[in-house]
Ligand binder design. Structure first.
Ligand code: MN
Length: 352
C-alpha cells in the first residue's frame, strides 16, 4: 500500500477544503482509506486523488451531491453520459429562464414608456385539422378565436383527450389583465388538466401545446413539444418556437445537422410534453411584439415535417384569406402522403 496522505495534504493536492472532505465522508461520497481510531484523523490513498478531483469538478459545475454520488459509482463512460444529461437539462432550463427574463425586461421597460402611437391591430384567422391519410384517428386539436390561437398534437392511446384537454384548459384559464401572468397561470392550468386526465390511467399518453394569446398589441406564446409557430414578416419566414425534441437537442449540441435530423429515426421523440410525467412538463413562455402585416402559422408536425419551408412561404404569401391558406396547407400535407394528423391555424394581423 502506498503512503497515506493526511487530510491536509490530500486537501492541498485536490483543491478541496478539509471541511468539504469531512462532509463528503459523511455523505459516503469519498470515504478516507483510514480513520485513526484514537485521534479521528482521516487519511487518504494517493489513488483516491482522481476520484476527489472528479468530485471537485462536478461540484464546480453545480451538480447536486446526491447526483455526484450516483456518478461516482458509474463506469467512466456511463458517468460521461450522466454528466452530459445533467448539462442538457441545465441548459434547457437556462434557455427557458432566458426567454422569461427577456419578456420581463420588455414588460418592465414598457411600463415606463409612454405608449405614443401604439395602434391596435385587427386579427383574422382560420383553423384546419385533418386525420391525414395513414393514421386511423385524428388526435390533433386546432382552435382559434379573437384571443387564442392553438394547436395540440396528442399521442398515446388517449392522445385525443390529452390534446383537447390542453387547449380547453388554456382557453378557460384565459382572462383579462397582465399577459405574462395570465400566460403563466394558463400554462399551469393546461399542464395540470392534462396530467389529471391522463394520470388516471398512465399509459404514456400526452400532448404538445403551442398557443398564441392575443392582447391587441402583443402576442404571448405558450409552447411545449414539437408543434411550431412560424411568422411571415416582410416576405421572410421565421420559426419562433424551439422544438422540444431529442434531435433538436442534438442539433443544439452540434451532434447532428438539420439535414441529418430530417431523416433521423427518432425525430419525433419529445424531450418535453404535457404528460403524466411531472419532470418534463415545463413550457416555454414568451412575449412577442406583433406588427401590422404579420402572418402567423401554428401547426403540428404532421404539416411541418412534410411541407417545405418554401411551400409554406408561398402559401402564406399568396393567399389574402386565412381560410384559403389553411385549406391549401392541409391539401399540401395530404399531397405529400399525409403520414400524420394535421393541425394548423393561420392568422393575419392588419392595421385596424
Ligand atoms: Mn403529430
Amino acid at each position: 500500500m502506498s503512503k497515506l496522505l493526511s487530510i491536509g495534504e490530500f486537501a492541498r493536492a485536490t483543491g478541496l477544503t478539509p471541511k468539504a472532505l469531512r462532509l463528503y465522508d459523511e455523505l459516503a461520497l469519498l470515504a478516507p482509506a483510514r480513520v485513526d481510531p484514537v485521534s479521528g484523523y482521516r487519511y487518504y490513498q494517493p489513488e483516491q486523488l482522481d476520484q476527489a478531483r472528479l468530485v471537485a469538478w462536478l461540484r464546480r459545475i453545480g451538480l447536486p451531491l446526491a447526483r455526484i454520488r450516483v456518478i461516482c459509482g458509474l463506469t467512466p463512460l456511463a458517468a460521461a453520459s450522466e454528466v452530459a444529461a445533467y448539462w442538457r437539462e441545465t441548459e434547457s432550463d437556462h434557455a427557458a429562464r432566458r426567454d422569461l427574463v427577456t419578456s420581463l425586461i420588455n414588460r418592465l421597460s414598457r411600463k415606463d414608456t409612454t405608449m405614443v402611437g401604439e395602434r391596435q391591430l385587427s386579427i383574422r384567422y382560420a383553423v384546419g385539422t385533418d386525420r391525414g391519410l395513414v393514421r386511423p384517428h385524428n388526435q390533433d386539436t386546432a382552435y382559434a378565436d379573437n384571443q387564442l390561437l392553438a394547436v395540440a398534437d396528442g399521442f398515446g392511446p388517449t392522445g385525443h383527450n390529452a390534446s383537447w384537454t390542453a387547449v380547453g384548459a388554456l382557453r378557460s384559464a384565459l382572462a383579462q389583465g397582465d399577459l405574462l401572468n395570465m400566460l403563466t397561470e394558463a400554462a399551469v392550468a393546461a399542464r395540470d388538466s392534462v396530467r389529471a386526465r391522463v394520470g388516471d390511467t398512465p399509459d404514456g399518453s400526452g400532448t404538445t401545446l403551442t398557443a398564441l394569446v392575443w392582447s391587441g398589441t402583443q402576442l404571448g406564446l405558450v409552447h411545449i413539444g414539437d408543434s411550431r409557430v412560424y411568422l411571415l414578416r416582410d416576405g421572410e419566414l421565421f420559426q419562433i418556437t424551439h422544438d422540444h425534441t431529442v434531435v433538436q437537442t442534438m442539433i443544439d449540441e452540434g451532434k447532428l445537422t438539420p439535414e441529418e435530423a430530417a431523416s433521423h429515426p427518432d425525430r419525433a421523440l419529445l424531450v418535453r410534453a404535457f404528460t403524466d410525467n411531472a419532470e418534463l412538463t415545463e413550457p416555454q413562455i414568451h412575449l412577442h411584439e406583433a406588427q401590422a402585416g404579420d402572418r402567423y402559422l401554428l401547426c403540428s408536425d404532421g404539416l411541418h415535417t412534410v411541407v417545405s419551408r418554401d411551400t409554406l412561404v408561398s402559401i402564406l404569401t399568396s393567399h389574402t384569406s386565412p381560410d384559403h391558406a389553411v385549406a391549401e396547407l392541409v391539401a399540401q400535407a395530404n399531397h405529400s402522403g399525409g403520414p400524420d394528423n394535421i393541425a394548423c391555424v393561420v392568422a393575419h394581423l392588419d392595421a385596424a
